[in-house]
Ligand binder design. Sequence first.
Ligand SMILES: CC(C)(COP(=O)(O)OP(=O)(O)OC[C@H]1O[C@@H](n2cnc3c(N)ncnc32)[C@H](O)[C@@H]1OP(=O)(O)O)[C@@H](O)C(=O)NCCC(=O)NCCS
Length: 181
Amino acid sequence: MAESPRSLEAPALTTPRLLLRQWRDDDADAFAPITADPEVMRYIHDGSTLDRAGTGARIALWRRHWEQHGFGLYAVELRATGELIGFTGLATPLFLPEIMPAVEIGWRLGRSSWGQGYATEAARAVVDQARSEFGLKRLVSVHIVGNEASARVMVKLGMRLDRETVQPDTGRPLRVYAMDL
Ligand SMILES: CC(C)(COP(=O)(O)OP(=O)(O)OC[C@H]1O[C@@H](n2cnc3c(N)ncnc32)[C@H](O)[C@@H]1OP(=O)(O)O)[C@@H](O)C(=O)NCCC(=O)NCCS
């Protein structure tokens, strides 16, 4: 069960192996190699990688999302080592107008952290918090067709296929999953 260790401050979550926390100024250094990896980015938008500056700009946007909405993407750390391994959290899927209004749950981890159940562990805590603290009633999650690892996380969370569509600006085929909370 997820705990909220700092409920009077900016939201954070702990799970058995992970700390989900707010972004810090120095996170771009650790996150840049993850977003520079073509395998990580293969099923993100058009598959482009990001450089250090692009990663920093993205982190700034994610911080602003927290300020604007009161929820957002968490930086995910391994509790055992303090290593930043990626993100998991909530976003507003403006890239897909046909499903708006909606709140999306998403995840992105560095390759060395794949296959150990971390995305599912982090996402379960995010789902609990979305329901119990943020009062959200429904979550969606969107993956590009072929991203079977991400699809599997959605299914393990209890999400169901809502629709198949295409990404408006790239034409890549998408699957939208959804769950009521
Ligand atoms: C998607 C991602 C976050 C999953 O992280 P993870 O920590 O490895 O996920 P988990 O271990 O919790 O679960 C992955 C599941 O997918 C399964 N899986 C992995 N690759 C698979 C494949 N090619 N085909 C079918 N299933 C696959 C795993 O076996 C596991 O299922 P299981 O627990 O039933 O065995 C990670 O692969 C990633 O960061 N990918 C790059 C970024 C990305 O694509 N993000 C999502 C965009 S929609």
